[in-house]
Design a protein. Structure first.
Lengths: 903, 110
């Protein structure tokens, strides 16, 4: 049967089944009617004519059924017999079958696992109803100096939220929220838990109904109304054992009794964060000012409204906002016009995914290349096998099998191989996903949602089919061209023809090129990692620094001086533990992911363009904090407790700020700075080294370190303020031991038994987490690169080894005529090196292009890093020489007599 | 002469259908009439064998189908020989010639 109409017919029957069916129906009915017409002409009555016609036809459905059998039956029948034949072939060659299937299982499994992650993280919608209408409200403020340091733009202030909520025309609902911590007391041990403070509109925007109880009501959001909370599913399970009677119970949250009104369902997260409790923000409208800008805004678009329309809508409301609120008497509400605030809304999904997508796409293409290499290897194996089956195929051809039929047989075999590999691949993918969930970077968003699903299985299926067709079609194409050769009986004395060897050579070249791309990417990541590890982060010996979070709610201790005393006492008690060399605390530690504060800071005697000094990052630190962290003091001195209790107007600055402002660290000591005109000038008493607070790969921002207690610059009347929630750092050789943590805990409780310790971890943990993305990419590329290298070594070995076996007689003749052994060896190694050379040349061009896409992942190394681009080709050349040397040596050791008789 | 209709020999139906289409395109009933006519009434093809054969042959690429109007202005599906069909008819005719000659010889042998 000719291949083309057969395939066409099959696909027509398969995909246009309904049209084929109605066509057939019409045809048979028209036949029936023509029969009736004839009978009528023959003089029958209408009734008789119809009956006779029906009898002759034998029933419309029966005829249709018979046609169906022809349409599908023949084809299926022959396919089944081909399948049986293919399975017999596999059983006959168990070695080939197992190797091919395992290679495929690895390749396909790795691809499905990574696709699964890509699918879950990048392609799936967020787990909220109609999540495509959810947007994140971020603002741009190009006019605010230094604001570019904020990672994603300007967040909302509560007053902005109120204005937007009252006057917008494009949003169905809008709300703001922020995450925080709270102490839960009164039940067993005090515990610090993660909270999400939510304004009215947040739950309405996310639209996820509670599992138990109800959402917050308007009354719950009234600052003078009832005090309520909702639980996350995890906290409900952990703390209350999933007890449904929890609704209505009272929990002490930061010493404030709050009633539980609802439980959110399993898997519900606040955008991208896990939480334990939802707490109503309960904003007091009368107390709101223009600032502060520290709240994440989310909104649900009205049906039909677009992101651009929402941008335009809110852009109009910025001036309304400035007209409606102020920052207190005597301030200019239109000051923010200089900031040129404008909406820069984005989809919530984009917000959640962040920049992880580049990592995932790189890994996805990497494992894709590994699969391609694996497929070329199998194609090579199949080519060899098809050639050794030349006789069988020739006989089948002579017995009348059409070329199409034989092609189908070969494709069916490789297809079956593909699907068997795919089925095993699902198991590999499942195991891989388990590993990924355990070892993946913490900042891989939505990892908790990962599981095998229909789409991933569909992808695996498609991949298996593709692989099968891909490596199967190469021998088929070869065979189809080679049918002119009379295969039968000629094999015995045939030496390899150039044409036959050439397609295998092309496959090897492709393999080497792809392996080179993988290796270059992997080595670039290794170089990046090496570059990152030599960067001084601004702290030292992180493994010996224990960190923990302690927050003192003002409902527990309201006097800020007492708060500082308590923190001082805790530090004192911890310092008394044997083996502790230093203790300090700060509002935030580097790389924790939280910036304590940003505000403007003026240097005495300096004029600023536009009259406004730039925004700078602030931290609030205790004495000995720098010593504990290992942050070097470049000039001047550290704070003392005497400075702090004396409320002396002092400040410590980072080296880069000192250099920018006064030329050098030494020159900075004794100079003065202040925030606003109502704040006294603060003297710079010390300069410390720069700290890469946003991660090793991010440059260190200028930082101003205020003392842990100071006169609050933000209140009109003089008042003392200090951070309530701080992170302690403890330097000791004993860090990480459970006994040590217990001692620290007891030291804290000896000061106040109501205080919980949270986020107990070492500075090394925090540091490693900030490198997690790079190390994850590195590991994945490393695995892919090694697989690629191993597979191409096998590929080169296979081709040379086959060439040796095919040319055994020729080798025998050469040896008999006096060829030197080393010449013979070199002949084979040279051909391998030639192949590798072409592959490397092609690969270098491809790698140079691919490396450009990796730019975002690289640090301290150029995408065209000469070191990498020289080393990798050398390694590959060496590998090719090695892989070909083994069969070449075998060839040179042949006994000419044996070789000549070889068959 | 009105001989009893005979069961079709396996493989001959295709040959007869191809032959009936040589004179030009026909719909199913036309083919059936034509076969009866050219076989002198020996072969009567029932729709239950005719349509499966037509569809199979269409998939083989020997005949092609299209919709047209019948002599009584009914919509009917017409079939016509393709180039491959002509070739097939040629081969089948030769093959049939060999078979019938061989059978005849075999029967003549004493």
């Amino acid at each position: 049967m000719p291949l083309v109409p057969m395939v066409r017919g099959f696909f027509r029957n398969l995909f246009f089944a309904r049209r084929v069916e109605s066509d057939l129906d019409r045809e048979i009915h028209s036949h029936l009617e023509m029969l009736i017409d004839e009978n009528l002409q023959a003089g029958m009555s209408l009734e008789q004519a119809q009956r006779t016609a029906r009898i002759e036809l034998g029933g419309v459905d029966q005829v249709k059924e018979q046609v169906h059998e022809v349409q599908m039956g023949n084809w299926l029948h022959s396919v089944f017999s081909d399948c049986r034949f293919a399975l017999r072939q596999f059983r006959k060659n168990p070695g080939f079958t197992v190797i091919a299937m395992l290679t495929l299982a690895l390749g396909i499994g790795a691809n499905s696992a990574v696709f699964n992650v890509v699918n879950r993280v990048l392609l799936n919608p967020l787990p909220y109803p109609q999540s495509d209408r959810l947007i994140a409200l971020w603002l741009d403020a190009p006019g605010a100096g230094g604001l570019a340091n904020f990672s994603s733009g300007l967040e909302l202030s509560p007053s902005m939220y109120m204005t937007f909520s009252d006057h917008n025309q494009t949003l169905q609902s809008v709300g703001i929220w922020t995450s925080g911590n709270a102490n839960v007391t009164g039940v067993a041990q005090p515990e610090e838990i993660r909270t999400a403070l939510v304004s009215d509109g947040i739950l309405q925007t996310l639209e996820v109904p509670p599992l138990l109880g109800r959402w917050f009501s308007q009354a719950d959001q009234d600052p003078r109304g009832s005090k309520t909370i909702m639980l996350s599913y995890g906290y409900w399970e952990r703390r209350f054992g999933g007890d449904p009677a929890v609704i209505g119970r009272i929990l002490q949250v930061d010493a404030q009794p709050r009633e539980i009104v609802g439980v959110m369902p399993r898997g519900f997260r606040m955008v991208d964060r896990d939480f334990d409790l939802l707490i109503p923000m309960a904003l007091d409208r009368a107390q709101q000012k223009l600032a502060p800008f520290g709240y994440e805004g989310i909104a649900r678009l009205r049906p039909g409204a677009s992101l651009a329309q929402a941008d335009a809508d809110i852009a109009r409301l910025i001036s309304v906002w400035m007209d409606s609120w102020s920052n207190g008497p005597g301030t200019n509400p239109h000051y923010y016009e200089r900031w040129r605030i404008r909406p820069n809304f984005r989809s919530l999904k984009q917000q959640v995914i962040g920049n992880i997508s580049s990592v995932l796409w790189v890994i996805m293409s990497t494992v894709g290349i590994v699969l391609l290499i694996a497929c070329t290897n199998i194609a090579n194996l199949l080519l060899v096998r098809t050639e050794s089956r030349q006789q069988e195929l020739s006989i089948r051809g002579a017995l009348g099998a059409s070329r199409g039929r034989i092609a189908r047989q070969l494709l069916l075999e490789s297809g079956l191989l593909g699907f068997a590999g795919g089925a095993l691949g699902v198991a590999v993918a499942y195991a891989g996903l388990r590993g990924l969930a355990a070892a993946g970077p913490a900042d891989l968003p939505r990892l908790s949602e990962i599981a095998l699903d229909a789409r991933s299985l569909g992808f695996t299926f498609a991949l298996s089919a593709f692989s099968g067709l891909f490596f199967g079609s190469i021998p088929v194409w070869k065979y189809a061209r080679a049918t002119g050769v009379k295969g039968m009986g000629t094999n015995r004395t045939a030496t390899t023809s150039r044409a036959r060897q050439s397609s295998r050579n092309i496959l090897v070249i492709a393999q080497v090129a792809m392996a080179l791309v993988l290796l270059v990417s992997a080595v670039l990541m290794i170089r990046t990692f090496a570059a990152l590890s030599t960067v001084e982060p601004g702290f030292s010996a992180a493994a010996n620094v224990q960190t923990m979070h302690i927050s003192i709610p003002d409902t527990l201790i309201s006097n800020p001086v007492l708060v500082t005393h308590t923190q001082n006492n805790i530090a004192g008690q911890i310092a008394a533990i044997p083996g502790v060399s230093a203790v300090g605390f700060a509002s935030a530690l580097p790389m924790e992911g939280a910036d304590p504060n940003w505000d403007e800071l003026a240097v005495e005697g300096k004029n600023y363009d536009g009259g406004e000094p730039p925004l700078l990052m602030f931290n609030y630190v205790s004495p000995d904090y720098f010593k504990t962290m290992g942050t070097r003091l470049i000039a001047g001195r550290d704070f003392t407790w005497t400075d702090i209790y004396g409320l002396r107007p002092m400040v410590i600055v980072s080296e880069n700020f000192a250099r920018d402002s006064w030329g050098s660290a030494a020159a900075a000591v004794g100079k003065r700075v202040r925030q606003f005109s109502n704040m006294p000038w603060h003297e710079v008493i010390g300069v410390v080294e720069d700290v890469r607070v946003h991660g090793v790969d991010q440059s260190a921002p200028p930082i101003i370190y205020w003392p842990a207690m100071l006169n609050d610059p933000y209140t009109a009347k003089p008042a003392i303020a200090g951070p309530n929630a701080v992170t302690f750092a403890i330097r000791s050789q004993l860090v990480g031991e459970q006994e040590f943590i217990t001692q620290v805990q007891n030291a804290v409780w000896s000061v106040n038994p109501e205080l919980p310790l949270a986020f107990v971890r070492t500075m090394q943990d925090i540091y490693s987490r900030s490198l997690a993305r790079t190390s994850f990419t590195l590991v994945m590329l490393g695995i892919a690169g090694s697989l690629g290298l191993a597979l191409s070594i096998i590929g080169i070995y296979g081709v040379i080894s086959y060439a040796v076996s095919q040319r055994t007689r020729e080798i025998g003749i050469r040896l008999a005529l006096g060829a030197q052994k080393h010449e013979l060896r070199w002949m084979f190694v040279r051909s391998a090196l030639a192949l590798a050379g072409v592959g490397i040349a092609v690969g270098l061009i491809a790698a140079a292009a691919v490396a450009q896409f990796m730019k975002a992942l690289l640090f301290g190394v150029s995408p065209l890093d000469p070191w990498t681009f020289i080393l990798v080709p050398i390694v590959l050349t060496a590998a090719a020489a090695l892989a070909s040397h083994v069969p070449a040596r075998r060839a040179s050791r042949l006994d000419p007599i044996v070789a000549l008789r070889y068959e | 002469m009105n001989p009893e209709p005979t069961t079709l020999l396996q493989g001959t139906l295709d040959l007869l259908i191809l032959k009936s289409l040589v004179a030009g395109e026909k719909h199913g009933l036309g083919i059936s009439h034509r076969i009866r006519q050219i076989s002198g009434g020996t072969f009567v093809v029932k729709p239950g064998s005719l349509f499966p054969a037509l569809h199979r042959m269409e998939e083989e690429g020997w005949i092609s189908a299209f919709w047209g109007d019948s002599e009584n202005n009914r919509r009917a599906k017409y079939y016509r020989l393709t180039r491959a069909g002509h070739k097939q008819l040629d081969q089948e005719t030769k093959r049939w010639g060999r078979i019938s000659w061989a059978i005849a010889r075999a029967l003549e042998a004493s």
